[in-house]
Design a protein. Structure first.
Length: 212
């Protein structure tokens, strides 16, 4: 199994990576601003499971194929970016309905739909793909055997840290949203900001990453 020193070293590196706001964090914040706490936390769960799919892929060797293939990486990156822009535009167009949502106590999205949207972002996050494909294998002790199991365990450590961090970001953003929600004008502004955040995130994802 994974030695304690390798586990701690990987946890430290994961923490540093996760604390730098990337696609997942910004998406959760955008969802929290647009829809509130429940949507933010549902997005975190979906995003985390999506990220763990990448862990499994890396453990089975798929992640390395994606990392080494310019075409595969580019297709996945642009698909994720396009999806983020689509969600952002949709949130912007529906910003005027935010006050009605508070009036009847329902959310703008079903929990399952929000979950799958978070999952799509998590599984198409370029930063996470590169990390799991290029960094994760370096912390595996091949002499101990059970390489796949070791990578899956390390992936759980990464996701545990990510759940806590992303939840804090989401709850903080949702709290700010509650303040804005006291005014219809503020609430409409929040919906617009959440949409623009996701659009900007999609553009950022498309513009960054490997270009070779």
């Amino acid at each position: 199994m994974v030695s304690t020193d390798r586990l701690l070293a990987f946890a430290a590196m994961s923490f540093l990576l996760i604390m730098i706001p990337g696609p997942s964090v910004l998406f959760v914040v955008g969802r929290a601003l647009a829809q509130g706490r429940r949507a933010a936390l549902t997005t975190v769960v979906g995003n985390t499971l999506g990220a763990y799919v990448l862990v499994v892929a890396a453990a089975l060797g798929v992640g390395q194929v994606v990392e080494r293939s310019v075409l595969a990486f580019t297709v996945l990156k642009w698909a994720g970016a396009a999806y983020l822009v689509y969600l952002g535009v949709k949130a912007w167009r529906e910003r005027g309905s935010s006050q009605a949502v508070f009036a009847d106590g329902t959310g703008a999205r079903g929990g399952l739909r929000t979950f799958w949207e978070g999952f799509a972002v998590g599984v198409s996050n370029p930063k996470t793909i590169v990390f799991f494909a290029a960094v994760l294998p370096q912390f595996v002790d091949r002499a101990q055997g059970h390489v796949v199991v070791q990578m899956l365990v390390l992936g759980l450590v990464f996701n545990a840290i990510a759940v806590v961090s992303d939840s804090v970001w989401g709850l903080a953003a949702a709290s700010a949203r509650d303040w804005f929600a006291r005014s219809p004008r503020r609430l409409s502004l929040v919906g617009g900001v959440g949409g623009l955040t996701m659009i900007g995130l999609g553009v950022t994802v498309a513009a960054t990453g490997r270009k070779d």
